[in-house]
Ligand binder design. Structure first.
Ligand code: GLA
Length: 364
């Protein structure tokens, strides 16, 4: 038998293989760090870690997709602004929690595209924590895995993200959405309609969260809270919109997005439960408009995809998913029509922009 890439690299088989999926958020964007509601589901694309123990305290990681290696010593984690920071962030947080681990050899592969708004980072963090949990035999439930992953990302990596992605990659399954209240992390599993197709199309425009725009939005929400005299935007509802609209810009429109988006999540959950796909589609489009106009996290390429998709008879609705500034569009389409709809949007979009879109689901 041909040796596997791990065997070629390290000269022996891995002891543990662990995986985690990427996620697509159906609705509830930029609500998580405002203590609000989100509704993500897992996508078929996965990140996989193969791991084996070492006798010393070295960590060696091979990122097979990039053809790159990185190494460091446990206890000497520091930010390098490279992908190894995700691994070092995890081992640093494990040590802070008192989990005893030794060194390890690792190989990571992923088919969750980076910068696509589909949580390649959280998938990597969760897969690694799952793998180390098995390799070094410590106890940690799925919510604790998500919390630790977030701390690694907020800490050593330095991206001030909310908890949605890590919770989704750790707890969500395909065929169901995780209806999560980010205030207390309580959640319900909402079955996805079996009479519709979920379509995910990457625009080919990559974003970075360590970049400033995401953090600017967070700061703007904090300022809106100060102006409105609340601890969190979750404390406000649609009845408060007159008051919200009266504060200065851009804080009014940022707060308006979060407040109306929370309401749209609740309506989407109700519509999914009632099987009202037309209503889900309308909510997707309203969410997109709010992200584009009030929260200002879309880009023209993503707007074009949403516009092309929503013109199709077979598409109920479409919206930017994830943090924005590029990334992917999620669409709800008629059963059996999602692939063709996604392909036709992708072709027209590529023709008009010269970009390379990628249809991630449904598969062939
Ligand atoms: C990114 C962050 C999440 C969330 C979304 C926007 O994916 O990682 O925490 O804030 O953006 O909904």
């Amino acid at each position: 038998m041909m040796p596997t890439p791990f065997e070629t690299k390290y000269g022996h088989a891995p002891a543990v293989t662990a995986r985690a999926p990427g996620r697509v958020n159906l609705i509830g964007e930029h609500t998580d760090y405002n203590d609000g509601f989100v509704l993500p589901t897992a996508i078929p694309q996965l990140t996989t870690f193969e791991l084996s123990r070492r006798e010393d305290r070295s960590v060696r990681v091979h990122a097979a997709d990039l053809g790159e290696d990185a190494t460091y010593e446990l206890g000497a984690e520091r930010r390098t602004d490279g992908w190894i920071d995700y691994v070092a962030g995890v081992t640093q947080e494990l040590a802070r929690d008192g989990h005893e681990i030794g060194g390890f050899d690792a190989l990571v592969t992923s088919d969750v595209p980076r910068g696509s708004g589909l949580s390649s980072s959280a998938a990597l963090l969760v897969a690694l924590i799952r793998g180390l949990r098995e390799l070094y035999g410590f106890d940690m439930d799925d919510v604790q895995v998500a919390r630790l992953a977030r701390r690694a990302e907020n800490g050593l990596v330095g991206a001030n993200v909310g908890i949605m992605d890590q919770m989704a990659c750790s707890l969500a399954g395909e065929g169901e959405a995780l209806f999560l209240d980010c205030r207390d992390l309580s959640f319900e599993r909402v079955p996805l309609p079996t009479n519709a197709d979920l379509v995910v199309l990457h625009s080919g425009v990559e974003h970075s969260h360590a970049g400033g725009d995401y953090n600017t939005r967070r700061a703007e929400c904090e300022r809106a809270c100060e102006l409105l005299g609340v601890g969190s935007l979750r404390d406000l509802g649609e009845d408060d919109l007159d008051r919200v609209n009266a504060i200065e810009e851009p804080y009014a429109r940022r707060a308006r997005h979060v407040i109306t988006e929370n309401a749209r999540v609740l309506r989407t959950v109700a519509a999914l439960r009632a099987g009202d796909l037309e209503e889900v589609g309308r909510l997707f489009l309203a969410s997109h408009a709010s992200m584009r106009d009030d929260y200002e996290v879309s880009v023209p390429e993503v707007d074009l995809i949403v516009e092309l998709a929503s013109a199709l008879e077979d598409v109920y609705g479409a919206r930017l998913t994830g943090g924005g500034f590029g990334g992917s569009v999620v669409m709800l389409a008629r059963l059996g029509r999602g692939r063709a709809a996604g392909e036709s949007v992708a072709a027209e979009y590529a023709r008009r922009t010269g970009r390379e879109p990628k249809l991630l689901t449904p598969g062939e």
